[in-house]
Write a protein that binds this ligand. Structure first.
Ligand code: AP5
Length: 213
């Protein structure tokens, strides 16, 4: 099964894609996580991407496309995968199409003000990149990851002014993909407001109604 999770920054794509990945035993391919790993490892690719990410802009297509192409060709993607954060513009969508048909695009919708609030409270693990929220899904021990004990930190691009820029980038570059996938009849919209569990149930219902599980 090949799934795409699409939506604005902070809509809960990573949270839901990680849950789905566990439930369906499919790898989650999160381009944001892959880029942050490159940045923290100090690679050439990371150095090139960092400035764009810090400003809330899209990293150039040639970097992202090569990264995704290479990742989906790996053995663990043979049964399928869940794309989180890719595609983000029409050029990326065309490349994905050339790689083979997707079964479903789950469009998680959320408004700008909700997203700004959510991202202000987000904390991520420096080691394994697990995601928490100070209010909505707090870690068991203050400042420590439940899964690996790593230190939690606030992403640099979660400052309000950068979140608003990311949202603007999303509206301009990524939102047109909603119509694109709607026209192909492979898009299902899931309301991103509600608890993490409620949204997860809605996604399960959607997968069932499409005969995918
Ligand atoms: P990326 O890391 O992909 O950021 P994003 O798309 O902006 O998404 P986020 O990770 O911020 O949010 P999310 O929707 O995953 O929400 P989450 O589940 O964490 O990309 C970062 C940057 O990399 C981009 O700006 C760009 O520069 C670059 N990049 C990445 N991919 C690219 C591409 N394809 N092309 C070009 N450039 C690319 O949830 C958010 C918070 O809310 C968490 O704290 C969570 O615990 C909480 N939460 C989740 N669900 C709920 C709920 N239902 N109720 C309450 N709280 C909730």
């Amino acid at each position: 099964m090949k799934l795409v999770v699409l939506g604005p920054p902070g809509a809960g794509k990573g949270t839901q894609a990680a849950k789905l990945s566990g439930e369906l035993s499919l790898p989650r391919i999160a381009t944001g996580d892959m880029l942050r790993l490159e940045v923290s490892s100090g690679t050439e690719l990371g150095k090139e991407a960092e400035g764009y990410m810090r400003r809330g802009l899209l990293v150039p297509d040639d970097i992202i496309i090569e990264m995704v192409r290479e990742r989906v060709s790996q053995e663990d993607c043979k049964r399928g995968f869940i794309l989180d954060g890719f595609p983000r513009n029409m050029a990326q969508a065309k490349v994905l199409e050339a790689l083979g048909p997707m079964d479903l695009v789950i469009y998680l919708d959320a408004g700008e003000e909700e997203v700004v609030e959510r991202l202000a409270g987000r904390r991520a693990c420096r080691e394994c990149q697990a995601v928490y929220h100070l209010r909505f899904s707090p870690p068991k021990a203050d400042g420590r990851c439940d899964l690996c004990g790593g230190r939690l930190h606030q992403r640099e691009d979660d400052r309000e002014e950068v979140v608003r820029e990311r949202f603007r980038t999303y509206r301009e570059r990524t939102q047109p993909l909603v119509q694109y996938y709607q026209a192909k009849s492979i898009l299902e919209k899931v309301e991103g407001l509600g608890t993490i569990e409620e949204i997860s149930w809605s996604i399960q219902e959607t997968l069932e109604s499409r005969g995918l599980i």
